[in-house]
Write a protein that binds this ligand. Structure first.
Ligand code: ADE
Ligand code: ZN
Length: 319
C-alpha cells in the first residue's frame, strides 16, 4: 500500500503520456513528427530544462478542447490514486494554450470537469494553480491574470514556471501583488537551475508561501536558516532533477541533506510522463538511492499535507 500523500508540484501538461498524445492528435487532426509512441518516448532525452520545455510545449498542440483537458486531468488523477495521492495541487500553463488559440476558459472548464468529481471518483481533493511563464513578459502575465478573472472561484493560487535562468522573480512583482490582492495563494519555481538568490527574491519580492524545487538552497546558509525558521516548504522533484541534469545521479540528490538541515521538504513528480515516474515511484526511487528509512518517508508524506493549501478539516481527512 503506498503511503497516503499530497502532490504539490505537478504540471498537468507534464502528465501527457505518449498514448494519450497520439489519441488526441488523431482526434484533433494534429500531425506529430513521430511515427509512434515508441519513437516519441525515445525523444525523452534531455540536456537541461530548456531542451525538455521545447518538447513539452510542442506536444501540447494536441490539447484543443475541453474534452481533451478533462481527459488529461482524469488520466492523471486515476494514476495518482493508485500512487496513494489523497490531495493534488495542480499547475497549468494558460499562456502556452492561449498562444495557440485555445482560450483560458476551455482549459479551466475542461480541467474542472475532472477536478470537480475527483473526490468522489478518485478520493483525491484538488486545487488549481495558474502558472505564469517567466520567459514571457510581465505584461503578458498581467493579461493572463485578467483573462482568468471569470474563473477565479476555481483557482487557488498562482505560480511561476518555464525557463528560469535570466528571468528572475522580481520581473513579476506587479502580477504577484495583483494576485495577492485577489486573495490568491503564491508559489514560484526557484533554484531549479537558477541561483539561490532567486529563491530569496521569490520570498522577498513575490511573497511566496512555498518554493517549487529550491534545489540549490543549500548553497546559501543564510537562506537555509530563513527557510527553516519560517517553515517555508520546498516542493522537490528528484526524478526531474536527474532527467534535466540539474544533478548527475539520484544518489547525489541533496534531499537527505536538506531534511537533515531541518528544511520542510516534500517529494513530487513535476512532469511524470516525461521523467520516468509518478509520485510514489519517486518515493521508491529516493528510498533506494538515498537509503531513506520508513520514518523518513513518513516525514515526507506528513510534510506534503503540512505544506498543502488545505483547510484544517480537509487536512485531517486527507492525511
Ligand atoms: N514547466 C514544466 N515543468 C517545469 C519545470 N520543471 N521547471 C520549470 N518549468 C516547468
Ligand atoms: Zn515544475
Amino acid at each position: 500500500m503506498p503511503l497516503p500523500k499530497a502532490e504539490l508540484h505537478l504540471h498537468i501538461e507534464g502528465t501527457l503520456e505518449p498514448e494519450l498524445a497520439f489519441e488526441l492528435a488523431a482526434r484533433n487532426g494534429v500531425e506529430l513528427p513521430y511515427a509512434d509512441t515508441e519513437e516519441l518516448r525515445k525523444a525523452y532525452l534531455f540536456d537541461d530544462l530548456q531542451s525538455f520545455l521545447n518538447l513539452y510545449y510542442s506536444l501540447m498542440r494536441v490539447l484543443r478542447t475541453e474534452d481533451d483537458f478533462a481527459a488529461l486531468a482524469d488520466a492523471y488523477l486515476t494514476r495518482a490514486a493508485a500512487q496513494g495521492v489523497r490531495h493534488a495541487e495542480i499547475f497549468f500553463d494558460p499562456q502556452a494554450h492561449i498562444a495557440r488559440g485555445v482560450p483560458i476558459g476551455t482549459v479551466v472548464e475542461g480541467l474542472w470537469r475532472a477536478l470537480s468529481t475527483s473526490e468522489e471518483r478518485h478520493g483525491i481533493s484538488t486545487r488549481l494553480i495558474l502558472c505564469f511563464l517567466r520567459d514571457e513578459s510581465a505584461e503578458s502575465a498581467l493579461l493572463t491574470l485578467e483573462a482568468a478573472r471569470p474563473y477565479l472561484d476555481r483557482i487557488t493560487g498562482v505560480g511561476l514556471d518555464s525557463a528560469e535562468v535570466g528571468h528572475p522573480p522580481a520581473k513579476f512583482r506587479e502580477v504577484y501583488e495583483a494576485a495577492a490582492a485577489l486573495g490568491l495563494r503564491r508559489v514560484a519555481h526557484a533554484g531549479e537551475e537558477g541561483p539561490p538568490a532567486y529563491i530569496t527574491e521569490a520570498l522577498d519580492v513575490l511573497g511566496v508561501e512555498r518554493v517549487d524545487h529550491g534545489l540549490r538552497a543549500l548553497e546559501d546558509p543564510d537562506l537555509v536558516a530563513r527557510l527553516v525558521r519560517d517553515r517555508i516548504p520546498l516542493t522537490l522533484c528528484p526524478l526531474s532533477n536527474v532527467r534535466l541534469r540539474a544533478i548527475d545521479t539520484l544518489e547525489e540528490h541533496p534531499l537527505r541533506a536538506m531534511m537533515d538541515a531541518g528544511l520542510l521538504c516534500t517529494v513530487n513528480s513535476d512532469d511524470p510522463a516525461y521523467f520516468g515516474g509518478y509520485v510514489d515511484d519517486t518515493f521508491h526511487a529516493v528510498r533506494e538511492a538515498l537509503e531513506l528509512d520508513r520514518e523518513r518517508l513518513r516525514e515526507l508524506a506528513r510534510n506534503s499535507f503540512l505544506a498543502a493549501f488545505l483547510e484544517d478539516e480537509e487536512g485531517r481527512r486527507a492525511g
